[in-house]
Design a protein around this ligand. Structure first.
Ligand SMILES: NC(=O)c1ccc[n+]([C@@H]2O[C@H](COP(=O)([O-])OP(=O)(O)OC[C@H]3O[C@@H](n4cnc5c(N)ncnc54)[C@H](O)[C@@H]3O)[C@@H](O)[C@H]2O)c1
Length: 322
């Protein structure tokens, strides 16, 4: 089984590996080669979960696009400080537990106090929760575990939207929202393909991600009229620490990290490409930037088509009148 997964993953990813000069594993998921830079010049961004994974990749891309400052708000102080150091002087770290509202409020207030305003809020902090019968079978669902994941993924995201909106609306020029200019600002949230199709994650994770797309629409209904855009991104599987840990657990430790990453990359539908953290980061750049100035309430799905169709393996004719 393990061998079959790895071989299939390598077969599917082969054209990409060749195009990328055969680079495999390691930091490839963090690489950046976008030609267009400067789309976030001067913008002040706060990223929850910015110490690792997709939040870190977005922080890197925001800085490369000219962001004035990127505040990494994360529960993991050691990693957060290391990441801020790695990303350079435009990044800095604040400790934040998104499950605690006061902590989110304090992170937003610290960003505004230091930089004068908040232009972009990316709510990327998230957890998958454990993979057990208590999380994957409804008849034995562990509701305490459910509450724990919801408190980070859903309540934490809602707290992020709340306090980002508070800061963005407070900075609005007089008369904003009343017909002239709006407050301005872009709030982004990480949803997931697990919030589009059932069966891709545990109950805890899947339900929490379905909720994100709903929260975004509810918030956009109010905030769009005040000039603040609210959107989410639904990524496909990217081999970040979260996903590598989850797949390793599923495989019972039968694969090393490079093998697990290869398996994750091999799961996609789109031939010749794999889903990388930078693909999600670039989606975040777009939604954060003025390129998306009229986009609000949207769920930008970055999945290579995975959630768009299901094949029935019908014998469609390949020639006219066949
Ligand atoms: N990686 C994927 O394939 C994938 C796919 C779809 C959606 N997502 C979503 O993207 C987001 C980021 O995931 P990732 O893959 O980068 O995971 P990750 O584990 O690499 O990063 C998550 C970050 O969130 C932080 N965090 C966790 N709990 C927190 C809390 N209570 N307060 C503040 N920070 C906290 C962690 O310390 C970590 O730095 C999550 O919301 C996840 O659900 C990821």
């Amino acid at each position: 089984m393990m061998h079959r997964l790895v071989v299939e993953a390598r077969r599917r990813a082969a054209p990409v590996a060749m195009a990328a000069g055969g680079v495999a594993g390691g930091e490839r998921w963090m690489s950046s080669s976008a030609a267009s830079k400067g789309r976030l010049v001067g913008k002040i961004a706060l990223i929850t979960g910015g110490a690792s994974g997709l939040g870190k990749a977005a922080a890197r891309e925001f800085i490369e696009e000219g962001a004035g400052a990127v505040v990494l708000a994360d529960i993991n102080s050691k990693l957060g400080l290391e990441t801020a150091h790695e990303l350079g002087p435009d990044a800095h770290f604040v400790h934040c537990d998104v499950a605690v509202e006061d902590s989110v409020a304090a992170a937003v207030d610290a960003a505004v106090a230091r930089h004068g305003r908040l232009d972009v809020m990316l709510n990327s902090a998230g957890v998958v929760g454990p993979l057990t019968p208590g999380t994957s079978r409804v008849a034995s669902l562990d509701l305490a575990q459910f509450d724990s994941v919801m408190s980070v993924n859903v309540r934490g995201t809602l707290a992020g939207i709340k306090h980002a909106a508070r800061a963005m609306l407070a900075a609005a020029p007089a008369g904003a929202g009343g017909g002239g200019g709006g407050a301005g600002g872009s709030i982004l949230c990480m949803a997931s393909v697990s919030g589009i199709l059932g069966g891709l994650g545990t109950y805890l994770y899947s339900v929490s991600k379905f909720a994100i797309a709903g929260i975004v629409k509810a918030a956009a209904a109010e905030l769009s009229r005040l000039g603040v855009r609210v959107n989410c991104i639904s990524p496909y599987a990217v081999p970040t620490p979260m996903v590598l840990g989850q797949f390793s657990a599923m495989l019972g430790g039968a694969a090393d990290e490079a093998q697990v990453a290869a398996i994750v990359r091999g799961l996609g539908e789109l031939r010749g490409a794999t889903c990388e953290a930078v693909d999600i980061a670039r989606a975040a750049v777009y939604l954060a930037s003025d390129d998306a100035k009229y986009v609000s309430g949207h769920n930008l799905v970055v999945d290579g088509g995975f959630t768009s169709y299901k094949h029935m393996n019908l014998p469609f004719p390949t020639k006219p009148h066949e």
